[in-house]
Design a protein around this ligand. Sequence first.
Ligand SMILES: CC(C)(COP(=O)(O)OP(=O)(O)OC[C@H]1O[C@@H](n2cnc3c(N)ncnc32)[C@H](O)[C@@H]1OP(=O)(O)O)[C@@H](O)C(=O)NCCC(=O)NCCS
Length: 169
Amino acid sequence: MSEDVVIRRAQPGDAGALVELAEAVASEPEGWLISKGAWRTVSEERRFLRALRRYSDATVFLAATSDGIVGRLSLGRDPHPASRHVADLGLMVAAGHRRRGIGRALLDEAVLWARQVGVRKLELHVFPHNEAALALYARFGFRQEGYRRGHYRRGEDLLDAILMAYDVD
Ligand SMILES: CC(C)(COP(=O)(O)OP(=O)(O)OC[C@H]1O[C@@H](n2cnc3c(N)ncnc32)[C@H](O)[C@@H]1OP(=O)(O)O)[C@@H](O)C(=O)NCCC(=O)NCCS
């Protein structure tokens, strides 16, 4: 990475900065994320992060620089016994810090977490117009597993999504 970046688990005290990051990325006009602006409130995010301390099936990692929190990766394991080896992943990096290896570093951390907890497969949804994310995931080793038509509702629109997956060795 080309700057001084720390990757670590998110703590309840990070809630304010994480919500600010999510709202900034969600309100970018290109529509990278499912939500369009207003996300969780800070107190909801704080409660969520506090609950994760006692819950080993989900986690949130963040990337911090001297500018503050600039990246977030969330993981949640499938609760069904037949698919507990699968975890869903969400990722965002602040616009001013992209193309510096932060997304890749957060994905590396996700793979380490997966190995630790016995998750064998990481999966995610990405919008077909999101060329940056598609390039990152493909380069990292994710493969396309499906194309889901009208899978997400945003306002009046139903949006398609590409399903991608990564096998954890
Ligand atoms: C997608 C996203 C997470 C990538 O994060 P990032 O920190 O910029 O990614 P990295 O710097 O680690 O990129 C690693 C590699 O991915 C590929 N890549 C990343 N962004 C790219 C872009 N805009 N165009 C082409 N390739 C890209 C490149 O191969 C890159 O390596 P390189 O810079 O050495 O060429 C970031 O653009 C983002 O947060 N976008 C908005 C939110 C979002 O789309 N989240 C994903 C929803 S599924």
